[in-house]
Design a protein around this ligand. Structure first.
Ligand SMILES: Nc1ncnc2c1ncn2[C@@H]1O[C@H](COP(=O)(O)OP(=O)(O)OP(=O)(O)O)[C@@H](O)[C@H]1O
Ligand SMILES: [Mg+2]
Length: 600
């Protein structure tokens, strides 16, 4: 459509409404802007009231420095800010706001009452606006210092926008999420949100960030997360990342802060996803609260209308730090983590509670069963069986990680249940191990290491195995011969429908080799071109690991079980199988006593 009309300058009110379109999407965006202004004003108390039955009306009161009388009308005009003066200051901006757009935008699409007082003045001042136009001159009011902004009838003059508002309960959920997000942005500020009788309080907790994390992210997350910290001087990364078994079906427990600003960043989420790649079920999402403090000059905050995205000047370096730190924390085998705990290593800036007391990170070893001594010897003596089970292991059963009382973290095996679970006891109580899942992870980690270091041991077959394959499989085997060779197979074509294999990876033991190769070829066919190379290789190795691991229903001797426990203690990521399921759980004596109402 073309229109033949002269160019005109738009009225300021319309300009503001257009700007508001970008900034004020819904009541929650109003709340975000007002809370950020309160933070920037140095407030340590922010109280929010949301009208019941009318989410388009909310009030935010803070005890910050207030606005001097002569600046009030400026605060409500566009491109007026106290936060920056020059490009240089924008480049190093450390406040939440910097555009001077939020208040005029909100005012242009609502009925807004601003009341404020600075400490130095005896009275405060109040101004009422409708659609951004002052209804009457400013008038003096009695009030304590600080600022109150009351927004009513949001979008009353922009019906199209109003139509996009969802049900009250949805909008309230968005409001509550904004409060949670901002509560993690500033641990030191008291925040209270009231809607009718429902009041939620986050008490300022500068010294006890654990409490804030627990209140905002929930106890479960808190107990099942691992603290991380990295500080190079130029960048400080810290926070908590959920244990892989504490994954979510949604991305809703993912909080990222860069210099206290809550942002979403595709690069960082990718780094986190990659760190969890090997330990999460497909379609599950990790939970985390991550904080990055970095020189403001090294991030550009001016890249998104709602300031919810940023750009790192050295993106690649930040990506690598996030990936490496998270990967190493979540991969650490339990024994190493325990050691760290004992030495108090893993204590980030906040000193998060040193991890949870959840099933996967028992912290205290208090119960000492008596008859453990003789078992230890047995373990040492059974190297032969041990390497039989694990295919020539390199792990040292002598160096098994033990608790303060000399008992290994995963304890000593007692028996096997229905050929599926190993039952073991440690000083805490009972340990249950999913034998196949655990062995699968161990084999997988070994295969990965062998491939990465090009040290895959191969075992020549006395009699080469020939097997029938489809023409497509034969073609694929030829085409992907390099990958297949790198996995430790010597595979070639005998005729159009027969493949022959002459050596296999030693780690596979006595597996049904044609079956493994059929599976690998079908994996290759599906993954071809669709994934990055290392991902593809890992998924092939995972298939091999599944075949190469002890099957359920295989009877293990006690020494074999103990051997498996010792290797688990030493193997990266051994707390989950390759699909993210737990490989073992701890049931404490207290829990067992509880089941029998014992001792209470
Ligand atoms: N709660 C408050 N307490 C004290 N001063 C405030 C408060 N809210 C706003 N102001 C003042 O009003 C000015 C304009 O606020 P506004 O939110 O519109 O812009 P900004 O915060 O500077 O930038 P942005 O548009 O990025 O939020 C601020 O720069 C600040 O000086
Ligand atoms: Mg602002």
């Amino acid at each position: 459509m073309t229109i033949n009309r002269p160019i005109i300058q738009l009225e300021p009110q319309l300009v503001n409404q257009i700007a508001a379109g970008e900034i004020v999407e819904r009541p929650a965006s109003v709340l975000k802007e007002l809370m950020e202004n309160a933070f920037d004003a140095g407030a340590d108390k922010v109280a929010i009231t949301v009208e019941e039955g009318d989410v388009g009306s909310l009030t935010v009161t803070d005890n910050g420095r207030g606005i001097p009388k002569e600046e009030i009308s400026l605060a409500l005009s566009r491109h007026a800010t106290s936060k920056i003066k020059s490009m240089e200051e924008l480049e190093g901006v450390a406040t939440m706001g910097f555009r001077g757009e939020a208040l005029p935008s909100i005012a242009s699409v609502s009925r807004l009452k601003l009341s404020t007082r600075i400490d130095e003045e005896k009275t405060g001042w109040e101004l009422n606006l409708e659609g951004g136009e002052a209804l009457a001159p400013m008038r003096p009011v009695a009030r304590i210092s600080g600022t109150t902004i009351e927004v009513r009838d949001l979008f009353f003059n922009t019906p199209a926008r109003r139509k996009f508002l969802r049900s009250e309960s949805t909008e309230v959920r968005h409001l509550e999420e904004v409060v949670r997000r901002l509560a993690l942005s500033r641990f030191d500020v008291d925040i209270e949100i009231a809607r009718g009788k429902k009041i939620t309080r986050y008490k300022g907790a500068a010294e006890s960030p654990q409490r804030r994390i627990r209140e905002v992210c929930g106890r479960e997350f808190f107990e099942q997360s691992l603290p991380i910290e990295f500080n190079s001087g130029a960048i400080h990364l810290y926070g908590w990342v959920g244990h892989p078994t504490f994954s979510r079906s949604q991305r809703n427990l993912q909080y990222l802060y860069v210099n206290d600003r809550n942002v979403s960043d595709r690069m960082i989420s990718h780094a986190v996803r990659r760190a969890y790649q090997d330990v999460l079920y497909h379609g599950r999402h990790p939970a985390y609260a991550l904080f990055i403090d970095i020189d403001p000059k090294r991030v550009d905050v001016n890249v998104h209308p709602t300031k919810s995205e940023i750009r790192f000047r050295e993106g690649r370096a930040v990506y690598d730090i996030v990936f490496n730190e998270i990967e190493s924390v979540i991969s650490q085998p339990l024994s190493k983590r325990r050691e760290g705990e004992r030495e108090g290593e893993s204590t980030p800036r906040f000193n998060p509670a040193g991890g949870g007391k959840g099933a996967f990170r028992p912290t205290s070893m208090h119960h000492t069963p008596g008859a453990q001594g003789h078992l230890k010897l047995e373990v040492r003596e059974e190297r032969a069986l041990y390497s039989d089970l694990l295919g020539g292991s390199d792990a040292e059963s002598d160096s098994a990680q033990t608790d303060g009382e000399g008992i290994p973290v995963l304890g000593y095996a007692l028996t096997q249940l229905h050929g599926v679970y190993i039952l073991a006891q440690n000083s805490e109580g009972l340990i249950l191990v999913d034998m196949h899942a655990a062995h699968e992870r161990i084999t997988y980690e070994r295969l990965k290491r062998a491939t990465a270091e090009s040290t895959m041991q191969v075992q020549p077959l006395l009699v080469p195995i020939t097997f029938r394959a489809s023409p497509a499989e034969v073609a694929l085997a030829e085409e992907q011969i390099e990958v297949i060779t790198s996995l430790g197979f010597d595979l070639s074509q005998l005729d159009q429908q027969t493949l022959v294999v002459r050596h296999v990876p030693a780690l596979l033991g006595d597996t049904d080799i044609p079956l493994v190769l059929h599976d690998l070829l079908s994996d290759l066919a599906t993954h071809e071109m669709t994934q990055e190379v290392d991902k593809r290789i890992n998924s092939l190795l995972s298939t091999m690991a599944c075949h190469g691991s002890v099957r359920a229903n295989r009877d293990l001797t006690i020494p074999e079980m103990n051997a498996l426990l010792r290797v688990m203690e030493e193997t990266d990521k051994s707390d989950q199988c390759n699909h993210g399921r737990p490989t073992w759980i701890q049931v404490s004596m207290e829990e067992l006593d509880g089941w029998f109402s014992r001792g209470r």
